[in-house]
Design a protein around this ligand. Structure first.
Ligand SMILES: Cc1cc2nc3c(=O)[nH]c(=O)nc-3n(C[C@H](O)[C@H](O)[C@H](O)COP(=O)(O)OP(=O)(O)OC[C@H]3O[C@@H](n4cnc5c(N)ncnc54)[C@H](O)[C@@H]3O)c2cc1C
Length: 381
């Protein structure tokens, strides 16, 4: 180990930011954060951006953390003792990789087809889809969840509700449907969430179709078909694309696209730690579990470098907002008082719709922005 060990943190989402903040508290380390353009995105902003109600800049922040060197670049490879950037291998003592999940780029229907498809599940994709989605004024729009693995399980339902409420508000002749491979929404976290999503969709006029699994090859070519012909027809498909292992971690990921690791993010590759959505974990893919795993992986690095004694990882408390349209959100708060799943049963609190400000959505955005900044640059929460 070098006298001042260097730890590379890859990514700038909630997992990487939490990890970098934990690591920089240890003054005997150099912390290098590698992220495209040196920016952090708040993915929950993707829905208002997709409907043309917000700009990407409202949910994108430049990372400026005292004690953390930010390298504005994409990592090309990671492995034991190195991270490759711009074709050069930087030598490091540990790599903490939190690049999230990759999403598949989907083809578009052939020219002349009277159907259209857009696909997104991040801010940049949402901005590209926005002109098509906000310009759709007549017909059937179907939100398609392509595969069971995707970020933030309630969010596609929120998107469908947001679109249906928007159509009603603007007096558009638009019907909204949602298809999902699940037999019912989010059964894993209990009936309260299933009921919230089903009832909210019904009240907003969203028609739900369960057990629909689009064929991957057809989807990649821009068609939505199911072997049983179960996909509801549409004039515009809005697809939550298949999520895959991030290419940086593909060799470490299992067949489920997720990377197995111990409770401190240690992977099968020595000195390579994983955190966030990329990690195989029993928790939902949401901000709080990502941040908790970032802290745990940072502590794994510190233990292995001999800088701290082992600390027990904290259980996360996921906090998801369900877009109810017209500026309203419901909130789903989950905790694990009897231990992590599958042994412990989650405690779920569902709050009825309120404005973004009173329900805590605006605070969550401000908290994320402050995570990307050092305290003296914080904006008020
Ligand atoms: C539409 C939507 C709504 C959501 N709503 C909520 C919500 O209400 N509540 C909630 O808790 N969660 C929500 N989530 C889920 C939450 O945003 C994710 O679970 C969380 O962001 C995962 O954090 P992460 O750090 O693992 O990955 P990400 O946030 O995906 O961050 C990955 C980071 O890695 C960077 N990166 C990628 N490739 C490279 C590379 N080659 N080199 C370097 N860096 C790279 C990316 O630029 C990014 O900064 C939502 C997600 C979506 C898509």
């Amino acid at each position: 180990m070098t006298p001042t060990p260097t730890v590379a943190v890859v990514g700038a989402g909630p997992a990487a930011l939490a990890a970098a903040r934990r690591l920089r508290a240890e003054s005997r380390l150099k912390v290098l954060l590698v992220a495209p353009d040196g920016v952090s995105d708040y993915l929950g902003g993707s829905l208002p951006v997709a409907t043309g109600d917000a700009d990407v800049s409202q949910f994108r922040a430049q990372v400026e953390l005292d004690g953390v060197e930010v390298l504005a670049a994409s990592a090309e490879a990671v492995g034991t003792g190195f991270v490759r950037v711009g074709g050069a291998e930087l030598s490091v003592d540990a790599v903490l990789a939190a690049p999230g999940l990759a999403t598949e780029a989907l083809g578009m229907p052939e020219a002349g087809s009277d159907r259209a498809m857009v696909s997104f599940w991040d801010l940049t994709g949402a901005a590209m889809a926005a002109p098509v989605i906000s310009g759709f004024e007549r017909g059937v729009l179907t939100v398609v969840i392509a595969t069971p693995l995707y970020r933030c399980p309630p969010a596609p339902y929120g998107l469908a509700i947001r679109l249906a409420r928007r159509a009603t508000r603007l007096g558009l002749d638009v019907r909204v449907r949602l298809s999902t491979p699940e037999p019912k929404p989010l059964a894993a976290v209990g009936t309260a969430v299933t009921e919230l999503l089903v009832n909210s969709c019904e009240e907003a006029g969203v028609e739900l179709h369960f057990d629909v699994l689009p064929e991957p090859d057809a989807l990649a070519a821009g068609h939505v078909v199911d072997a049983r012909g179960a996909v509801p027809s549409a004039d515009l498909w809005v697809v939550v694309p298949p999520h895959r292992a991030h290419p940086l971690l593909a060799d470490l990921a299992g067949p489920n696209h997720l990377v197995p690791a111990d409770g401190w993010g240690r992977t099968a590759a020595e000195g390579v730690y994983v955190a966030g959505d990329a990690l195989f974990s029993p928790f939902p893919r949401a901000v709080a579990p990502a941040a908790a795993s970032g802290v745990a992986a940072a502590e794994g690095v510190l233990v292995d470098l001999g800088l701290i004694d082992e600390v027990k990882p904290k259980l996360p408390e996921p906090d998801c907002f369900v877009d109810q349209g017209d500026g309203l959100y419901s909130r789903i708060q989950i905790s694990y008082p009897s231990g992590p799943p599958p042994v412990g049963t989650p405690r779920v609190v569902v709050s009825p719709p309120e404005s973004a400000n009173s329900i805590g959505f605006d605070d969550a955005v401000a908290r994320w922005r402050n995570q990307a900044l050092s305290p003296d640059r914080d904006c008020p929460v």
